[in-house]
Write a protein that binds this ligand. Sequence first.
Ligand code: XBP
Ligand code: MG
Length: 254
Amino acid sequence: RQTMALRALIFDVDGTLADTERDGHRVAFNAAFAAAGLDWHWDVATYGRLLAVTGGKERLRHYVATERPREAARPGLDDRIVALHAEKTRRYGDLVATGALPMRPGVARLLAEARAAGLRLAIATTTTAANVTALLRHGLSEDAPGWFEVIAAGDVVPCKKPAPDVYLHALERLGLAAAECLAFEDSENGIRASRGAGIATVVTLNDYTRGQDFAGAVSVLDSLGEPGMPARVVAGAAPRLGYVTVDDLRQWSR
Ligand code: XBP
Ligand code: MG
């Protein structure tokens, strides 16, 4: 990699900014199923398996195709999936508005530090754009969506993670080279996407992604850490103060 100064941080959302999957998306899917009169229920373990497929609509389609053959055979499946997913997005928004999904340790601190240091911020996620705005507003502050110059989300590219497309799209909109950016991810599908776009990546794993393959990560941590609450280093570089700072990121991007 050529040496270029760090200019921007690009964040994944689900599992990285907040633990949204188990307590957010999963709950919203189940509520949407119940509202539609379906007796489907995704428990924590089932949802963990289904996370192999990124994208809510794609995940639903995969579930129906593999586990609900009768539903799969009824005509109009695509429309029903779109409607179910729209209801799920409404439910997710309601859930986020209750404050049920706080930011993970170190996220608010590092974002503030990065903004003060003049680093540009972007988002590259598979989830629906409305979910991102809601999460940022309720988990950080009303004006937080405006901190991010680029919010690349959901169906903005046809191929979702692990394809690199959403990261390539974010780089293009930032007008930056991969070597000028660092990505933050929590999953193997996520780092395959960011590394596929050539971006150095910091991983903060969670209960769903522990044990996945994070080969090629700059650092694999259990969180970004906070003063007095150090991050546990699973692999790669260790933050100098025990929690990830902009100084660490500049060092790691060289
Ligand atoms: C996130 C996803 C999304 C969410 C649901 O992956 O896979 O599908 O689970 O969001 P990543 P939608 O963190 O790698 O971006 O239902 O809005 O698609
Ligand atoms: Mg993620």
